[in-house]
Design a protein around this ligand. Structure first.
Ligand code: E8X
Length: 636
């Protein structure tokens, strides 16, 4: 559950300057987790560490880095359950409290937490050490490039001197994906307090009928481990030399069902704060007569609030009432055919790297409104939770993607056999859906981006079908499920056509048919002929070309702003001819940092906006186009 400050809950923010030191090879032996070196730097949290200082290692080395700080919990928190929460640490993390391992976590884009109630004493300082590991390989999501081959273009690996030099260089930390491997404590760190008996989870599902909506809810409650006898399931938390801060563990035991003081009450409020419906119990169904539906901007993204109490704990969740359905090659929101206008994005900015950036989120959503977009995909990983909250409120539609990028497109060997990621991928999917399930803005799950589906189509089908079923089973709202298909020989691909929405990334006129937009349009038409017969709605989740801002030409050639503008103008006309074609996401919203390479002049420059968020020429074309395309009924 997202942390909340309210009448029953408090937050101690641990954002700010932390002690920082990159492992120089001696960390393990010298036990930095217990004895943090006095010679260290101050670095800002939350943000990637890579660009905060000029140290070359911070950008290029494969390594662990150590963060450290002292924490004191104010005495007013006496008797409360205390949980240390990390919104995201990339990629793998270990957390130590006073030198003892508190918890560890795999993956850099989802939250994790550990209860510390009995491990700390309020009013007395303790030490926190976080070890963040930036290593990427075949077992991580996103996937690392263990072969060390050039990601884009040729690296002349057949030349003996090149081969020998690569061997001499040894292990690098290369990505199998096209964004900079920004790492560290990328999102907020907080200590969150709740009462000892607390609301652990809330699930909201809405159904709309003719004149009313049924809002069903389920509340999960929990108790601090200091009041439950069985602590076996939190055994990663080892005892630390501090005694419990709760004096009254005896009287506090009990469960929700047998204690009349700890019942669940639920109140449903409208936007103005008026009570719409009320209920009691851990699950139930509330009726909203004549509901105001959540509609994408410029419609009204109306939000209701569910106020839950359980004993002395309380929690408020904003939610929307809306329906989603895929039917007859259409994507229906509230029963109306929706047309996706927008982008693939990144969490990426100067200096902060992939660090949470709420100011930039506000700016980006504002630019989405400005340009007439209604949606984006969280390419290529789940974003910081604050972005989803903002989009709920601003009426932006989200395709929510797991960090499964780099699963062997173009591979010589079957990645589904060689990469040990199957179970982990499922785990990540589960955590993402659990985290984001209540957001009205989230309308489609993406299982991953551009895996191999062409060289090992059968293996791919087994792998992705399993995840597809799993996602449907996990989501209480049962949203549509997709994955994003790489430019490939679509006739060999067996997976893409099995998804609820066909999402394709295509670079006709850029990586192939380079510089020839006319041929690109022709190719698009041939491919769309193919999809037309397959009875699924189709959208493009990436298409685009690099444009260097300020680079112009009368006859637009590659890398000019004119070429990018013409590319979109002419290809978009092709999309307009096809009724089953339900949306266009340009790649990319803004220029972004990535691995160096011969095709990456100061990053990936396919942005419609520059990295500092200035519009390129194509932005003005898209604004004109998208302002004329309604959210609903465009292809009717
Ligand atoms: C690109 C994009 C990349 O940034 C994104 O993360 C995934 C890529 C193209 C795949 N899709 O290069 O700008 C290239 C396929 C070539 C046929």
């Amino acid at each position: 559950m997202y942390p909340q400050e309210n009448g029953s809950r408090g937050i101690i923010w641990l954002d700010g300057i932390w002690n920082f030191k990159a492992d120089d090879g001696s960390a393990e032996e010298a036990h930095w987790e217990r004895e943090f070196p006095r010679e260290c730097e101050g670095l800002y949290v939350p943000a990637s560490y890579n660009d905060q200082r000029e140290e070359k290692r911070y950008r290029f080395d494969r390594m662990k880095v150590y963060y450290h700080r002292d924490v004191v919990i104010p005495r007013v928190y006496e008797g409360q359950r205390l949980v240390l929460r990390f919104d995201a640490v990339a990629h793998n993390a270990e957390v130590y409290l006073n030198g003892e391992l508190l918890c560890s976590h795999r993956g850099g884009f989802l939250p994790f937490e550990a209860e510390i109630t009995d491990l700390v004493r309020v009013g007395e300082p303790f030490e926190l050490t976080v070890v963040a590991d930036n290593r990427i390989d075949h077992s991580t999501l996103p996937v690392g490039n263990e072969e060390g081959s050039a990601f884009f273009g040729s690296d002349n690996a057949q030349v003996p001197a090149v081969r020998e030099a690569k061997k001499w260089r040894g292990e690098l930390n290369l990505p199998n994906f096209d964004f900079f491997n920004y790492c560290g404590i990328n999102r907020h760190v907080r200590i969150c307090s709740t009462p000892l008996h607390y609301i652990e989870d809330l699930t909201i599902v809405t159904k709309v009928t003719e004149r009313e909506a049924a809002v069903s809810y389920e509340v999960k409650t929990g108790s601090s481990r200091i009041v439950t006898e069985d602590r076996a399931d939190t055994s990663t938390n080892r005892a630390v030399s501090a005694r419990s801060n709760c004096p009254d563990t005896e009287n506090a035991t009990g469960t929700a069902s047998n204690d009349p003081d700890r019942r669940v009450f639920v109140t449903l409020l409208d936007r103005e704060g008026a009570i719409v419906a009320q209920s009691e119990g851990e699950r139930g169904e509330l009726t909203v007569p004549e509901p105001r539906l959540w509609e994408p901007y410029p419609g009204d993204p109306y939000l209701y609030r569910m106020y839950v109490t359980y004993g002395s704990d309380e929690y408020v969740e904003e939610f929307g009432i809306r329906t989603i359905e895929v039917r007859d090659q259409k994507f229906l929101i509230n029963g109306k055919p929706f047309y996706f206008k927008g982008f693939g994005k990144h969490e990426d900015f100067y200096i902060r790297g992939r660090g949470v950036n709420e100011l930039l989120n506000v700016k980006d959503v504002s630019l989405l409104h400005w340009i007439g977009a209604n949606s984006f995909r969280t390419s290529h990983y789940p974003y910081a939770e604050e972005m989803y909250q903002l989009c709920d409120r601003e009426g932006i539609v989200i395709i929510d993607e797991t960090p499964a990028v780099g699963i062997g497109a173009g591979a010589q060997t079957d990645p589904y056999k060689t990469m040990p990621i199957r179970d982990y991928h499922k785990e990540v999917l589960k955590t993402m859906i659990a985290r984001d399930k209540n957001h009205p803005s989230v309308i489609l799950w993406s299982l991953g981006n551009e895996p191999d589906t062409e060289n090992f189509p059968e293996s791919a089908l087994t792998y992705w079908s399993d995840l597809y079923e799993y996602a449907h089973a996990l989501d209480p709202q049962n949203r549509p499920v997709t994955f994003v298909c790489c430019q490939n020989d679509y006739t060999k691909d067996l997976v893409t056509r099995t998804m609820d929405v066909v999402c394709i990334n295509r670079y006709y006129g850029w990586y192939n048919l380079s510089g020839d937009i006319e041929a690109a349009c022709y190719a698009w038409n041939r491919e769309l002929d193919f999809w037309e017969g397959l009875d699924k709605p189709v959208m493009v989740t990436e298409y685009g070309c690099d444009a260097l801002p300020g680079n112009h030409g009368v006859n637009g050639e590659m890398f000019t702003e004119e070429y990018q503008e013409e590319y979109y103008r002419r290809i978009d006309r092709v999309f307009d001819q096809r009724s089953f074609f339900i949306g266009e996401h340009c790649w990319c919203f803004a220029d972004f940092g990535t691995i160096q390479g011969v095709m990456r002049p100061d990053g990936n420059r396919k942005g419609i906006f520059t990295r500092e968020r200035r519009p390129k020429l194509a932005a003005h074309f898209l604004k004109e186009r998208w302002e004329a395309i309604p959210n609903f009924g465009y292809k009717e």
